[in-house]
Design a protein around this ligand. Structure first.
Ligand code: ZN
Ligand code: ZN
Length: 270
């Protein structure tokens, strides 16, 4: 039986005889949407025929992977190479032999960590392709896991050390378990923060924003924004990567986050 993939959010479901649900659970949520044309489904095999992945070095020991032509919201996960092992941060739906070979040439994937349910995609396929690599998800996002699997490791609390110098930080906001990844050795040792869409770089990369829903333009409240800013404050980072190729704060990113939170809170306050 196939594992169907939602064509709007890219999330793959557990095996089913026929479509798994009438409307995708992730897309029915008020953070997402169902297309006017209705619910669509595809499979990994179908995706492999129509798309391929672009794999590009982003900075030393950091590689981006994104699907071409774009599928769903065209996010760009990142592979971090460290002496203790490689971590895949976030995920996409398309996984093919070329991608597996390219990542194996970089040392493979030892662990997968994903910011939030919109990027769970085909995470179980990725785990299987790389020796059942554990998939680290925050426990608070468990209700949005559409393909439960033994490779999923739920972490709890507000931080989780994945490897030396690699820390997952729960920020909340967009989802209760929305998380970011701090890589201490990134940006020439000045530190990198990878944020998915928990913290999103805006048109001017000297600013970021924080939203409950991007497609539906629903903001977060003051407490939620302050909590995100406070969660990352203890960490040193010069650069910030949101979940897309062009969404990067190249320098002074820790300051950018704090000042953007202040600007945001001012804008939504009476
Ligand atoms: Zn969906
Ligand atoms: Zn999202």
């Amino acid at each position: 039986m196939p594992n169907y993939i939602c064509t709007t959010c890219g999330v793959q479901y557990a095996e089913s005889d026929g479509y798994p649900v009438e409307v995708c659970t992730i897309c029915a949520d008020d953070r997402q949407y169902v297309r006017a044309s209705g619910q669509g489904w595809t499979t990994l095999d179908e995706l492999r025929h129509k798309h391929h992945n672009e794999i590009r070095t982003v900075e030393p020991n950091l590689t981006g992977i994104a699907t071409v032509p774009g599928f769903t919201i065209s996010q760009r996960p990142l592979l971090i190479q460290t002496a203790e092992g490689n971590v895949l941060w976030d995920c996409i739906s398309l996984l093919d032999d070329v991608t597996i070979a390219a990542l194996n040439a970089l040392g493979g994937v030892d662990a997968i960590a994903i910011s939030h349910p919109h990027f769970y995609d085909t995470m179980v396929e990725w785990s299987r392709a790389f020796h059942d690599a554990p998939i680290y998800l925050h426990r608070d996002n468990e209700p949005w896991v559409m393909r439960p699997d033994k490779s999923i490791v739920y972490w709890e609390d507000d931080t989780h050390t994945l490897l030396p110098g690699i820390t997952l930080i729960r920020c909340g906001g967009h989802f209760p378990g929305s998380s970011v990844l701090h890589w201490a050795d990134g940006a020439d040792g000045k530190g990198v923060l990878m944020t998915g869409d928990t913290i999103m770089v805006v048109a001017d990369p000297q600013w970021v924003t924080f939203m409950y829903s991007y497609p539906n333009s629903i903001p977060l409240n003051k407490a939620a924004v302050q909590r995100i800013a406070d969660a990352v404050k203890p960490y040193a980072f010069d650069r910030l990567y949101s979940g897309w190729w062009d969404k990067v704060v190249p320098h002074n990113a820790a300051d950018v986050v704090q000042r953007s939170a202040e600007r945001y809170i001012k804008a939504i306050s009476d």
